[in-house]
Ligand binder design. Structure first.
Ligand SMILES: *[C@@H]1O[C@H](CO)[C@@H](O)[C@H](O)[C@H]1NC(C)=O
Ligand SMILES: *[C@@H]1O[C@H](CO)[C@@H](O)[C@H](O)[C@H]1NC(C)=O
Ligand SMILES: *[C@@H]1O[C@H](CO)[C@@H](O)[C@H](O)[C@H]1NC(C)=O
Length: 450
């Protein structure tokens, strides 16, 4: 299914988010997130299997169990934003899922006096008119999509790599007004899983509960799929390139720099780039000037080779065709040089971008450039490392050490997780965890999940 039109890609980088904020009334907060002191040495993680690909789908998703009885929601994983939301079973604009796949609030709205709502005060002029008011949220993404809704709190089970299962109550958004950017088809996913470090994020909630270190990461496979993890357990002890996060933006998204582009190992004019690592973006974007330089470098290097520009392929703005139809990246690797980003603040910190990290083979048998002009789509000077360039690497966002790391990995191989007796990966159906035996919020007759 090809849902992307020319030059348009999923780009769920957060531009703006707000949660109604109100004066703090600490009274009466039964579900207040415990504010544990920094946990003793934790070395656990919750690992989720990822589905999806850069092309033709344009997104990577995880299936997250939410609620009781649990229902599965496929959520776009987005390191470019922090708020997690699902489409809401309420009078809803822009809900694309059938009703039985929408989230139905069940007297579990987060109140505006809740610490979580008041902690996130971007707009301090709001007031909690009544303590029972709901807590609204709004997110707006770089592709001009947005979600507006209300915060709810519900059970989300997590199986940890040490074998334990926890089912904390986690706050997230129930989105009843979604806008999708005009030229992009409405997404097939049920919502967004924000991996950012903002205080309303799932990451921070898990960390505040003392369950994980404040670390999140993903490993996306060029073959499709991969995995996502909260916590530090899957991180190898060596071989990782680390670069410091730019502190200015770390709450909302993860950025680093400055970096310069290498073409076939040689310096280029493309320097001083600040880069946002954004798993919510299918492709990589550079500001116009850098983009044009890259196009020129790649194009000039193709001179005298058997590739010709193909204007008739609607997949992406710049495509080439070969003597015969291409089937896979390995058919074109001999025509294209490797790129790399060198992070100049630290010696020898480099992100390699082999041809598969910046090219796709389309269903029309052409090869297209998966680097796009960000200025043209309204990103101004922002540069975004999207899924295409993050593939086949374990990418780690370590908010405790304020650094971003990556290492080449086989993302098809899930990290060691203590498996259940059937020896399979943590099952997506939380009912199989056997964790709802005690203190169930619902009676057993209700267990008839999809
Ligand atoms: C929230 O708002 C209060 C009152 O305006 C302010 O004192 C506080 O610093 C704000 N907190 C954050 C994290 O911005
Ligand atoms: C988003 O809106 C801005 C301002 O209206 C526009 O310049 C930009 O091209 C839009 N971006 C996309 C991806 O449609
Ligand atoms: C496993 O890890 C979780 C999350 O960090 C923790 O809550 C739990 O106590 C650990 N269980 C064991 C048996 O160590």
């Amino acid at each position: 299914m090809d849902v992307r039109t020319k030059g348009i890609a999923l780009l769920t980088l957060l531009l703006f988010s707000a949660i109604s904020s109100f004066s703090i009334s600490a009274a009466n907060q039964p579900h207040k997130v415990k504010n544990l002191a920094t946990p003793h040495r934790l070395s656990s993680a919750a690992v989720f299997k990822v589905q999806g690909n850069v092309y033709p789908l344009g997104h990577y998703t995880v299936s997250l169990n939410i609620g009781y009885p649990p229902k599965l929601y496929d959520l776009d994983i987005d390191s470019g934003s922090d708020i997690t939301w699902v489409q809401c079973d309420a009078p809803c604009k822009g809900c694309t899922k059938p009703r039985d796949q929408l989230y139905k609030p069940n007297h579990n709205l987060v109140k505006c006096v809740d610490q979580l709502c008041s902690e996130v005060n971007l707009s301090t002029d709001h007031n909690c008119a009544s303590p029972d008011d709901q807590c609204d949220y709004e997110v707006e993404y770089a592709d001009n999509g947005s979600s507006l809704g209300v915060l709810v709190r519900d059970y989300i089970p997590f199986q940890f790599t040490n074998g334990s299962v926890a089912r904390p109550k986690i706050a997230f958004g129930c989105g009843y007004d979604q806008k999708y950017s005009g030229s992009t088809a409405p997404p097939s996913t049920a919502g967004v899983l924000g991996l950012g470090n903002g205080r309303a994020s799932i990451l921070i909630q898990l960390h505040s509960l003392g369950l994980i270190r404040n670390v999140v990461g993903h490993c996306l496979s060029t073959g499709g799929g991969g995995f996502l993890f909260f916590g530090d357990d899957p991180i190898p002890s060596s071989g990782i390139f680390w670069t410091s996060m730019l502190p200015s933006s770390s709450e909302k998204h993860y950025s680093s720099g400055p970096a310069e582009l290498l073409f076939n190992g040689n310096p280029t004019n493309v320097k001083g780039l600040e880069l946002i690592f954004d798993s919510g973006s299918s492709y990589t974007y550079f500001n116009s000037i850098a983009y044009q330089d890259i196009v020129n470098l790649v194009t000039n290097d193709l001179k005298g080779k058997q590739l010709t520009r193909e204007a008739g392929d609607p997949s992406l703005p710049i495509c080439w065709k070969g003597p015969k139809s291409f089937k896979s990246i390995s058919d074109v690797k001999k025509y294209f040089k490797p790129l790399a980003l060198s992070f100049t603040k630290t010696k020898n910190v480099q992100m390699d971008l082999p041809p598969e990290a910046y090219l796709i083979i389309t269903k029309h048998g052409n090869v297209c450039l998966g680097i796009l002009d960000g200025t043209e789509v309204g990103l101004e000077n922002l540069n975004i490392i999207g899924d295409i360039s993050l593939q086949d690497k374990m990418v780690i966002y370590d908010n405790e050490k304020q650094q971003i790391g990556w290492v080449s990995s086989n993302c098809d191989r899930l990290p060691n997780v203590e498996r259940d007796s059937e020896g399979d990966f943590p099952h997506p159906n939380a009912a199989n965890f056997g964790i709802f035996g005690n203190g169930c919020p619902a009676s057993s007759e209700d267990i008839d999940d999809q």
